[in-house]
Design a protein around this ligand. Structure first.
Ligand code: FMN
Length: 251
C-alpha cells in the first residue's frame, strides 16, 4: 500500500511509478480524508509506503494529521517513505519516524527525490530554470528503478538530504510557516482569467469554486500552488509575491 499526497505532480509521479512497478494499491490522502477512510487492513507480508512533498523542511501538515488518525490492521512487513523536495528536507526523516512510531510503525527506509521547486510564495523564491527542472526530473527518473529495487527487497536505507541548520529549519521555521505563511487569502485571479475551471479541478483539497466565472478560495488551503501553476493563462497570483515568476507542474 502506498499512501501519498501531491500538489503539483512530482510526488504523484514517484508514488504512481513505484505502485505500478510493485503492484501496490494507492491511497490519495486528501480523498481518503474527505471520505473518512483512516482504517486499512494489511495482507500477510504487505509493505506500507508514504510519499509526499517537503513543505518547509517537514512533512506537510495534512500528511501529519492523516498519519495521526491512520489505523492499520495487521503487521506491515516493511515501512518506507519517499519524499520529493526542491532542495533539501531538514529533519523530516526523524520527525516522520517519530510520527510513525506513535502509531506503532517502524520506519525502515527513507528515499529522497530532488525535483523541480513549486514554492513561489515568498520573495526571492521561484520555479527552477527549465534546464534545471529537466535535469532534476531526469535524475529522479534515473534513480527510481534503484529505489524500486530496494523497496522490493525491503532494504533498510536512508539518503535524505538534510541541508544546513536542519533542526532550526524543520522545527522553528517549519512550525512558524503554518502560522504565518499558509493562507489562501493572498490568492487572486487577474483579468486574464477565462473561467476555464482548471484551478477548481486541480485543487487537491477541493478548496476552489468559480463564482461569477472567477475562482474563489474557501480557506482550506495548504499552498501547494496547484491552482497557480496549472492556470493556462497564468492568471492566478499570490498577491504581489508571484509577480513575474514562472509556472511548473509535472504532467
Ligand atoms: C508550501 C511549500 C513548501 C515547500 N518547502 C520546501 C522545503 O522546505 N524544502 C524544499 O527543498 N522544497 C520545498 N518545496 C518544494 C517542494 O517540496 C517540491 O517542489 C515538491 O517536489 C513538490 O511536490 P508536488 O509536485 O508533489 O506537490 C515546497 C513547496 C511548497 C508548495
Amino acid at each position: 500500500m502506498i499512501i501519498y499526497y501531491s500538489g503539483c505532480g512530482n510526488s504523484e509521479f514517484i508514488a504512481k511509478s513505484i505502485a505500478d512497478a510493485l503492484n501496490e494499491q494507492l491511497v490519495f490522502i486528501p480523498e481518503a480524508q474527505r471520505e473518512n477512510r483512516f482504517e486499512y487492513s494489511l495482507s500477510e507480508g504487505e509493505k506500507v509506503g508514504f510519499v509526499y512533498p517537503i513543505y518547509s523542511w517537514r512533512p506537510p501538515r495534512l500528511v501529519e494529521n492523516f498519519v495521526k488518525n491512520l489505523r492499520l490492521n495487521g503487521e506491515a512487513s516493511y515501512v518506507w517513505t519517499a519524499v520529493t523536495c526542491g532542495d533539501n528536507v531538514g529533519e523530516t526523516e526523524n520527525i516522520f519516524r517519530k510520527e510513525l512510531k506513535d502509531i506503532g510503525l517502524n520506519l525502515d527506509a527513507a528515499f529522497c527525490f530532488v525535483m523541480p521547486n513549486t514554492y513561489v510564495n515568498f520573495m526571492g523564491m521561484s520555479v527552477d530554470r527549465e534546464e534545471v527542472a529537466n535535469e532534476k526530473i531526469a535524475k529522479a527518473k534515473e534513480k527510481l528503478p534503484k529505489v524500486i529495487e530496494m523497496i522490493a527487497a525491503k532494504k533498510s536505507f536512508s539518503d535524505m538530504i538534510k541541508g544546513g541548520l536542519p533542526r532550526f529549519k524543520s522545527n522553528f521555521i517549519g512550525k512558524a510557516f503554518y502560522r504565518l505563511l499558509v493562507s489562501d487569502k493572498p490568492f487572486l485571479s487577474t483579468d486574464e482569467c477565462v473561467s476555464c475551471g482548471t484551478c477548481v479541478k486541480v485543487c487537491p483539497l477541493q478548496n476552489i469554486t468559480l463564482e461569477d466565472g472567477r475562482p474563489r478560495w474557501h480557506g482550506n488551503c495548504t499552498t501547494c500552488n496547484a491552482c497557480y501553476h496549472h492556470c493556462p493563462k497564468h492568471a492566478i497570483q499570490y498577491g504581489k509575491k508571484t509577480q513575474g515568476k514562472g509556472q511548473y507542474f509535472l504532467k
